[in-house]
Design a protein around this ligand. Structure first.
Ligand code: ZN
Length: 225
């Protein structure tokens, strides 16, 4: 099941029933991961920036996981077979892109990639994404533009399948933006993902990178000269 059994595997569950996130209280939060304190939505578990790659292409999956610093396995319980079945993996977008690039020699992979891009475009809301990126730039003028775009893109992709306008308004709130930018700073500018991947407890990992993330946010609040 796993390429490297000595590495602890983060498991994400595609739930059969409604559930409530033990951290944010969201009752319609999609996939979950089990934490000591109960189930967590992917945002609260700091996994929401990852991209889903469905099972079915073993070579692509293996490569994407290899290049992804942080990855998780997605499972769903089958009532018929009475066991959890693997749905795919969550990996970092650049890792998936690199893996796809290597698999592109294979014509089938090229077709699947086109299909995934079509699906991705279908759920993207370009206007909202631009607005959100602008708002991030206004609050965090020192945040690298590609980082702001990435945050906006993840947020719009995550919100679009669900509630459109309500989610959009919520995402444009300065508090929500600050949380999203802090999450990005943790993933990009600190060793947080490595700590999580090494099996370090989430709250402990957050504590260890708190100072780093704090000074990154402080720097991003001022325009870079
Ligand atoms: Zn949550």
């Amino acid at each position: 099941m796993s390429a490297s059994p000595e590495r602890p595997e983060i498991v994400v569950v595609s739930p059969l029933k409604e559930w409530t996130c033990s951290a944010c209280g969201d009752t319609d939060a999609g996939w979950l991961t089990m934490d000591d304190g109960g189930p967590l939505c992917l945002s609260c578990a700091d996994l929401a920036h990852l991209t889903f790659l469905g099972a079915g292409d073993a070579a692509l999956t293996r490569r994407a996981r290899k290049y992804s610093r942080l990855s998780a396995v997605v499972v769903r319980f089958s009532r018929g077979r009475k066991r959890y079945e693997r749905q795919g993996v969550l990996v970092e977008e650049p890792a998936l892109e690199q893996a796809e690039a290597e698999c592109l020699a294979d014509e089938d992979a090229r077709l699947r990639r086109r299909q995934r891009e079509r699906e991705r475009r279908a759920v993207e809301d370009a206007d909202f994404e631009r607005e959100l990126a602008n708002e991030i730039g206004r609050l965090f003028p020192g945040c690298p533009p590609d980082c702001a775009r990435e945050i906006a893109s993840h947020t719009s992709r995550r919100g679009s399948g669900r509630v459109g306008r309500t989610a959009s308004a919520r995402a444009l709130d300065p508090t929500a933006i600050t949380l999203a930018v802090a999450a990005a700073a943790r993933h990009r500018e600190s060793e947080y993902d490595d700590l999580l991947m090494a099996g370090v407890d989430r709250s402990q990992a957050r504590e260890r990178v708190r100072a780093t993330v704090g000074s990154v946010l402080e720097a991003w609040r001022t325009p870079q000269g």
